[in-house]
Design a protein around this ligand. Sequence first.
Ligand code: GLN
Length: 243
Amino acid sequence: MSADLTIAAIYADLLGTYGDNGNAATLLHRARLHGLSADVISIQPGDPVPSQADIYLLGGGEDTAQTAACSALRADGNIRTAAERGAAILAICAGYQLFGEYFPDSTGTRSPGLGLLDIRTDRLAQRAVGELAAAPVPAADSTEPPLFSERFTGYENHAGGTVRGPSVQPLGRVLAGVGNGDGTEGSVSGHIIGSYLHGPCLVRNPEIADQLLRWAVDRELPALEEQAVSELRAERFRTVLGH
Ligand code: GLN
């Protein structure tokens, strides 16, 4: 029998420098907590990207790996098909930047992205390295409940800063660290979440994992707290924000 969900972990060898592969393991774990069965398929460069997975995960990487991953994804074409049919996508750091209109390559020259998110990335004045914390922001449509209610925690390591176009909401408001570079962190557009949060992101922020699962199964899922994760989050916020 096939699983309730298929999770495609994209190019972990190119886009997995900062432990982002843990996002697939976390999603599998959270899916099980919610009583959902899930398969993770690991896609390496050269493998066809599935067009019909439910959730796609892309992580961070160095500039050259990012450019190579972007070219491979463009040549394959199926991540575009998936994004356009509304699949849930989490793209971290290099993965986030390459979803946009352009990002700096290893020489600092603008390199075309996939154009699936209305964002543009250029070099920051100074590399952003360290802990990153952000607060959730109100929903774009004030009649809708916000997607997230909990603060976000992670760490960042990137040279690029990202400007959002009008169709893209920030994931959060920066409380500590740099994020996009303009006081906001990450992007949300349709069912695509882009973020600078490593950690891995979903281990530290199970609310994001659950939102990806909700989009994938198209129904509500209850908030399920795990004590070890709550303790980790509390420790991080105490250390980074002092409260
Ligand atoms: N190469 C990109 C940058 O430095 C992304 C880095 C990352 O994925 N951590 O901005």
